[in-house]
Design a protein around this ligand. Sequence first.
Ligand SMILES: [Zn+2]
Length: 100
Amino acid sequence: MPDAPPKPARTIALVRSPAKDGVGVYRITVGGQTQFYTFHEIRCDIGGRGFAVHRLGLGTLYHVRIGRPIDCSCECMGFLSRNTCRHVLGMRVLVAKGLL
Ligand SMILES: [Zn+2]
């Protein structure tokens, strides 16, 4: 099997904790490019945890659900085509780090 090309390093960090008023901000840096996302947790009755996420500077709001693999979903095109996306990834990493 040929080696996959190296992926640019991706880092995710919580910039603003949602602890105070429920609104948090995280950033994703890939290959020197940083994008900021705001989010807040929303009620989720169908398994997992729900978040409304949108990239700062863009209007598109995505509803992201995370939990067991079967509980993960997002409304963006990336998730529709690849079954994963930076929104799901970002929220899962923040929860896994114990930040949310
Ligand atoms: Zn997404």
